[in-house]
Each structure stands twice: as structure tokens, then as C-alpha cells.
Design a protein around this ligand. Structure first.
Ligand SMILES: O=C(O)[C@H](Cc1ccccc1)CC(O)(O)C[N+](=O)[O-]
Ligand SMILES: [Zn+2]
Length: 309
């Protein structure tokens, strides 16, 4: 772990290695990358956002991407690490990445649910939630993707603290969710797109999940999602389905994408990365590289569209 050169982008890294990598890569190129801690997790780990983009004295329009909101979805943080490496290594040579980082900033939160991610490495590979606990409850954690203030706990979520889709005791009761929501609210005037990486199912979802009604921007969001899915499929033939969350996977309230969209971030997407169930959350490390390469094409498609609109 540690120095960007020694860091493996084709293995599932521990939180400790990711933290060391973030510290070294964010000081490797001060013109293109910086880091900021947006708050601590329940167990006190620093939630670290990497800001990529040509340093500018004035605020630039931005994209916000988070990975690892669900602890067991290991391919997600792997993609955020891959993205940062690709952005820094192709800036100056890849014309689209160069244009993107010159004109926009990309905020990357490589691990949203750090406590849960660490717990999947030490105790329970299939853990999903945060690791918060409250006196009087025998069960730990809430589902951070049910804890956002978007139709909170109305459907597709549970008010049972022992459920894997426990919505929490109130919207943003999970400190990790509050830290991210506060950051996005602070920067909402510049954030044009919100992208959150999950696995698995090979889906490109957009609002709404908390209701069956179509979003005001449904046709545009669908058009961009279909273009991004086609770009992704062009590399290895991996097939994605695009659509609103409620009808494409299942109805579920409290999701981060619905919350960002209702805040005014129009281009709000949830990726469900590989695969479709053969390995599920346990995607082999041999698939990290192809998954990240194809997903880069989808991200760049969306980013290019956002840049132009
Ligand atoms: O249940 C979830 O939070 C996501 C689906 C989703 C995505 C966006 C908003 C609400 C729900 C599915 C997943 O990534 O957790 C994968 N899974 O449950 O297997
Ligand atoms: Zn998930």
C-alpha cells in the first residue's frame, strides 16, 4: 500500500491501504488533486473526499461520485480508486479527460461506509450497513441507502434495527449520511451530477426509487443512461439495463440518488456494477480490471454530456 506506485488497482484493498494511498496520491500532483476530510464515521474514521480537476481560483462546475456506501460491494471502492488513477494518468494525453478536468471538478469519495467496509475485512464479508449502535437495541447499523431524507422509510425499507434495510431512527441519523449530505448541500451550487457506485446486477438506475412516478427529467435521464450503457457494452459486451429504480430493481425510499435529484442535482445515477449473480458481491479480483475499464467508458459518457449541458 502507500505510495501510488506500490498501490494495487487490481486487488480489493483494506481501508488502511486505501487511506495511505489517498494521503500519497493527493500530495503527488497539487495542480490536479487535493483531499479534504468531510467528517468522521461512527467509529471515528476520516471520511476523505478527493477533489480532481485543474486547480482554479474560482469554483468550477462539479461531479460528485461516491463508492462503498454498502460495505460488501467491494468492486465499488475498487472503481473509485481506478477512476482516480486513470484521471491522473491520462490527463494531458486523453483529450476528453483533459477537457473534463480543465473545465470541471470531480469529487470522489472512495469509501463512504468505512466502518462497514473495515468490518467486511475483519468479521463478516456480507455486512451491508453502517456500524452504529444505540442503547436498547441488540442489532447494529442502519442501511445508509435508506437513511437519506427522500421519502424516508415509506417503502422498501424497514424500521426494524435488525433488518439489512433498516432506515435508521430519523433521516440522516447515520453520521456518514449526514456528512455526505452536508457536503453536497454546501456545494450544491456547483454540483451538476451525482453518481453513486454499487454492486451487483449490471443496472444504471436513476430517480425515482421512492415512488413509481416518473422524474420530471425522466426522458433525458433515460437517454443519457442508455448512451452510457451502450458505451460500456462496446468494450466487452457487458449488458446493462437502464431505468428508474422503482421499476428497474425495486421500490426503496431513502436512497442517495433520489435525495440528490430532489435537492436539484439533475444528473443523478446509481450504478449496479458486475455481475448478475454468478459471484454477486464476491466478484473475483480478476474481474476488477475489465469492470473498471468498461465503467470508465460509461462515466466518461455521462461526464461529457454533463459538461456540454
Ligand atoms: O437496495 C439498494 O440500496 C440498491 C438499489 C437501490 C438503488 C438506489 C436507490 C435505492 C435502492 C441495491 C444494492 O446496491 O444494495 C444491491 N443489493 O441490494 O443487492
Ligand atoms: Zn448497494
Amino acid at each position: 500500500g502507500g505510495s501510488p506506485r506500490a498501490h494495487s488497482y487490481t486487488k480489493y484493498n483494506t481501508w488502511s491501504d486505501i487511506q495511505n494511498w489517498m494521503n500519497s496520491i493527493s500530495s503527488s500532483n497539487p495542480n490536479l488533486i487535493s483531499k479534504q476530510v468531510i467528517g468522521n464515521t461512527y467509529e471515528g474514521r476520516p471520511m476523505t473526499v478527493l477533489k480532481l480537476g485543474k486547480a482554479s481560483s474560482s469554483a468550477k462546475p462539479a461531479i460528485f461520485m461516491d463508492c462503498g456506501i454498502h460495505a460488501r460491494e467491494w468492486i465499488s471502492p475498487a472503481f473509485c480508486q481506478w477512476f482516480v488513477k486513470e484521471a491522473l494518468s491520462t490527463y494531458g494525453s486523453d483529450s476528453q479527460m483533459t477537457s473534463l478536468l480543465n473545465q470541471m471538478d470531480v469529487f470522489v469519495l472512495p469509501v463512504f461506509n468505512i466502518d462497514g467496509y473495515a468490518y467486511t475485512h475483519t468479521n463478516n464479508r456480507m455486512w451491508r450497513k453502517t456500524r452504529s449502535s444505540r442503547s436498547g437495541s441488540s442489532c447494529v447499523g442502519a442501511d445508509p441507502n435508506r437513511n437519506f431524507d427522500a421519502g424516508w422509510c415509506t417503502l422498501g425499507a424497514s424500521s426494524n434495527p435488525c433488518s439489512d434495510t433498516f432506515c435508521g431512527y430519523s433521516p440522516e441519523s447515520e453520521i456518514e449520511v449526514k456528512n455526505v449530505a452536508d457536503f453536497i448541500r454546501r456545494n450544491k451550487s456547483v454540483i451538476k451530477a451525482y453518481i453513486t457506485m454499487h454492486s451487483y446486477s449490471q443496472l444504471l438506475l436513476f430517480p425515482y426509487s421512492y415512488k413509481y412516478g416518473l422524474a420530471a427529467d425522466h426522458s433525458e435521464l433515460l437517454k443519457v443512461a442508455q448512451g452510457a450503457s451502450a458505451a460500456l457494452q462496446s468494450l466487452y459486451g457487458t449488458r446493462y439495463t437502464s431505468g428508474p429504480g422503482a421499476t428497474t430493481i425495486y421500490p426503496a425510499a431513502g436512497g442517495s440518488d433520489d435525495w440528490a435529484y430532489d435537492l436539484g442535482v439533475k444528473y443523478s445515477y446509481t450504478f449496479e456494477l458486475r455481475d448478475t449473480g454468478r459471484y454477486g458481491f464476491l466478484l473475483p479480483e480478476s474481474q476488477i480490471k475489465p469492470t473498471c475499464e468498461e465503467t470508465m467508458l460509461a462515466f466518461k459518457y455521462i461526464a461529457a454530456y454533463v459538461q456540454k449541458n
